[in-house]
Design a protein around this ligand. Structure first.
Ligand SMILES: [Zn+2]
Length: 218
């Protein structure tokens, strides 16, 4: 029997590889894509839709542009447009405020609506905070407290033990078209090559010793 699940599918490399991995393990998750209205949102949506269509998975697009606009003015613009889901840089000692708990809460709500028992998120080891696993457990428990008559969904982050080069290798082994994923923080239609997202993507392919077919503008 296929267990009902939800996958947070941004259209970035990590979530696309996780989508393929779940399908290979005979799961058919419902994909949830958050449109945050950032410069990179159009490209991310493009690859999220492409992935869902290719794998035959249902895709729900949630308009969260207001959330991004709320953030503006309260942190440096370069931090606001950066995709923390696909962040290549090591997490600093003083953590920036993260939108991930908010987005996971929405995903858990969606899991309740669709009776899914697991919410998958492609967080990586370099994105993890010391409290990440505890956060996942407590968010799930809190949602259960609010609506105890509904089945409780848990949060699964199967890439938390992996760094990005390992996910590139995994995608390569699964024959995922990694070129059909997005890492750039800009609104360009090709990867800019210079932003932190592009730098991390390039470095991950290099570290994995896998040829990067991504077209970079520079
Ligand atoms: Zn870029």
């Amino acid at each position: 029997m296929v267990t009902k699940s939800v996958l947070l599918l941004s259209g970035g490399l990590d979530s696309v590889v996780l989508a393929h991995k779940l399908v290979r393990s005979r799961q058919q998750p419902r994909c949830l894509h958050f449109d945050l209205g950032r410069p990179s949102s159009l490209a991310e949506l493009h690859f999220a839709k492409k992935t869902a269509a290719e794998l035959g998975l249902p895709l729900e697009v949630v308009d969260m542009k207001g959330l991004f606009r709320m953030v503006l003015g309260y942190m440096p613009l370069e931090d606001a447009i950066a995709d923390e889901w696909d962040c290549p840089e090591p997490v600093p000692e003083v953590f920036p405020i993260s939108a991930i708990p908010t987005l996971l809460s929405v995903a858990l709500y969606y899991a309740q609506l669709t009776r899914a028992r697991t919410v998958y998120i492609a967080e990586l080891r370099e994105q993890a905070r010391p409290t990440t696993r505890r956060l996942h457990k407590q968010l799930s428990a809190t949602t259960g407290l609010a609506d105890p008559s509904y089945p409780r969904a848990s949060i699964a982050a199967p890439f938390l033990g992996h760094k990005k080069p390992a996910v590139v290798s995994m995608g390569h082994t699964l024959k995922v078209s990694l070129v059909d994923t997005w890492s750039c923080f800009t609104s360009s239609i090709t990867h800019c090559g210079g932003c932190a997202g592009c730098r991390g993507r390039r470095a991950a392919f290099q570290a994995a010793a896998i040829r990067d077919h991504t077209k970079y503008a520079a």
